[in-house]
Design a protein around this ligand. Structure first.
Ligand code: GDP
Length: 535
């Protein structure tokens, strides 16, 4: 391999930063995304992300269901340049379209931004996504949003993160006042105060005036009680707060915390600058040949998400690939690790919002979309050169369960085929009752949308009208040690055992409380919320 390509890879890896935002609906993810894109010059007008979405729905020929529901099923990658960096923002589907794909997207990310509403603190969806980040050891950058509105005490928020997530915090900046009395933030690395002033028109953009910490004007600018409160807080922070430890940040053990207001665009730019300084560049990935460095000269990557029916006219399927090493070039032929086949990647796509443009090259840290003629499954590796296979993507604890029924016996074959293919594709998890007489598949999903997608596709692609019978469970746990361990535990109350697609026992519970009960009654039983990968 020429030194030329190695130098090229080195340069491209150095300038790439990739991240996903984890948050609960309404924390401000769309707003923050828009503001970040503004700095990259990717869109020139705040509001464009939403506007595009609206426009797309008006004219869209996308999945019928998307139109009917007015939601976006597709998660995409937003790519923008800023200060010489190329930033890839992996969009994690949220809201009603929360699904297992949301978790899988994190498998393709090198960093996560945890966005928190200052008034609400940690919320359920954020906690769940955090668990997945923790599993992967992703560095987490926290942005506490909506400081222009009354919220909870900053120290209390830090405490919540530390106590509940077991994540050390480092306040990178500190807010002065909040809500109507929000005066700005003190940036600790530069010892400067960024003053928040609502701009004259519409209050959508804040004016950012920066003064030195020692500036005598501070006392006049801030009301006295705020000034003293701020001084007290700072003393406390310097006294008991930890120092910024980048190694811990990179291991996902400490999170730098930033306070700001995405809507008024206050604190977003300093956040972006700090993120670029501290975030990990594309990281090595674990394979059966050991860790593969992004600068390894041969191309390799893995599929983390499949998307069907993006364009119903073509019935195409797109496989989203995270590039892990080497250089991707249009039309290249790669090996498909699972089947041993050669595949030519002829119509690669770069994904910017919903526009799909054909790409010529991609580098580690990038995501490309490949037209998937049914060859790819979630977790598959593609590579050039020496054979290698990346660790697969685990199954995440589903929260919704339902029997999928086919009322029409003459459609039996299509029904079976559909269920099997949708499972292989990762659209939904399939489980079965441990009771052999109950043959109907149990759909197990992370979000309601997955059920709808399955029913919709069963009908449109396999011609089977299905019905659902919801089951009263909301938590699944895999039993470590399999059936043997389960048998040893003897009779369990308030849970039912089913089997997953690999015939492994899974316990279903009505709620977390029941999980706690079973765990307390059977300390010898080990339960997992995330299923290990089957290789
Ligand atoms: P998402 O559901 O996380 O994508 O949240 P959105 O970006 O759609 O924001 C949810 C709501 O919070 C919207 O009404 C936003 O205008 C509002 N919002 C977002 N950021 C801020 C902020 O910094 N301050 C205030 N006051 N409102 C905000």
């Amino acid at each position: 391999m020429s030194t030329e390509i190695q130098a090229e890879l080195q340069t491209q890896v150095e300038r790439r930063r990739n991240f996903a935002i984890i948050s609960h609906p309404d924390a401000g993810k769309t707003t923050l995304t828009e503001k970040l894109l503004l700095y990259g010059g990717a869109i020139h007008q705040a509001g464009a992300v939403k506007a595009r979405r609206a426009q797309r729905h008006a004219t869209s020929d996308w999945m019928e269901m998307e139109q009917q529901r007015g939601i976006s099923i597709t998660s995409t990658v937003l790519q923008f340049d800023y200060k010489g960096f190329q930033i890839n923002l992996l969009d994690t589907p949220g809201h009603q379209d929360f699904s297992e794909d949301t978790y899988r997207t994190l498998a393709a990310a090198d960093n996560a931004v945890m966005l928190i509403d200052a008034a609400k603190g940690l919320e359920p969806q954020t906690r769940k996504l955090f668990e997945v980040c923790r599993l992967r050891g992703l560095p987490i950058f926290t942005f506490v949003n909506k400081l222009d509105r009354p919220g909870r005490e900053p120290l209390e928020l830090l405490d919540e993160i530390e106590q509940e997530l077991g994540l050390a915090t480092y306040a990178a900046n500190w807010p002065i006042g909040m809500g109507d009395r929000f005066k700005g933030v003190f940036e600790r690395s530069t010892q400067k105060i960024h003053l928040f002033e609502r701009s004259a028109h519409g209050q959508r953009e804040a004016v950012d005036t920066i003064i030195d910490f020692g500036d005598p004007r501070i006392e006049q600018l801030l009301e006295q009680d705020l000034y003293y409160q701020f001084k007290d807080d700072l003393e406390l922070l310097e006294g008991v707060g930890s120092e910024l430890d980048l190694e811990e940040v990179h291991e996902g053990m400490m999170t730098p915390v930033f306070f700001g207001s995405a809507m008024t665009n206050f604190g977003v730019e300093p956040f972006l600058n700090a993120f670029l300084e501290y975030a990990l560049k594309p990281t090595p990935h674990v394979s059966n040949q050991g860790e593969i460095e992004p600068t390894y000269p041969e191309f390799s990557g893995f599929i983390f998400k499949l998307q069907a029916n993006m364009d119903p006219k073509h019935r195409d399927r797109v496989a989203f690939v995270r590039v892990c090493s080497g250089k991707f070039e249009k039309d290249m032929t790669v090996n498909h690790a699972r089947t041993g086949k050669l595949v030519r990647l002829s119509r690669p796509q770069k994904l910017f919002a919903q526009d799909r443009e054909v790409i010529e090259t991609a580098y580690p840290g990038d995501v490309i979309g490949l037209n998937n003629p049914g060859v790819f499954a979630i977790g598959d590796t593609i590579y050039v050169g020496q054979k290698l296979e990346y660790e697969g993507i685990p199954s995440f604890s589903p929260e919704l369960f339902a029997y999928l029924k086919n009322p029409n016996p003459s459609k039996f074959k299509q029904f079976q085929k559909g269920v099997q293919e949708l499972r292989e594709e990762g659209a939904v998890q399939i489980m079965h009752s441990a009771d052999e007489s109950k043959r109907e598949p149990i759909l197990a999903a992370v979000g309601q949308l997955q059920f709808e997608v399955v029913q919709f596709r069963m009908q449109s692609e396999y011609g089977v009208e299905t019905t659902l019978e919801l089951l009263p469970y909301s938590v699944a746990r895999w039993v470590v040690g399999g059936w043997e361990a389960l048998e040893k535990a003897g009779r369990l109350f308030n849970t039912v055992a089913v089997k997953d697609s690999w015939n492994r026992p899974v316990l279903l519970f009505r709620n977390e409380w029941n999980v706690g009960q079973v765990e307390a009654d059977h300390p010898e039983l080990q339960l997992n919320a995330i299923a290990p990968v089957v290789s």
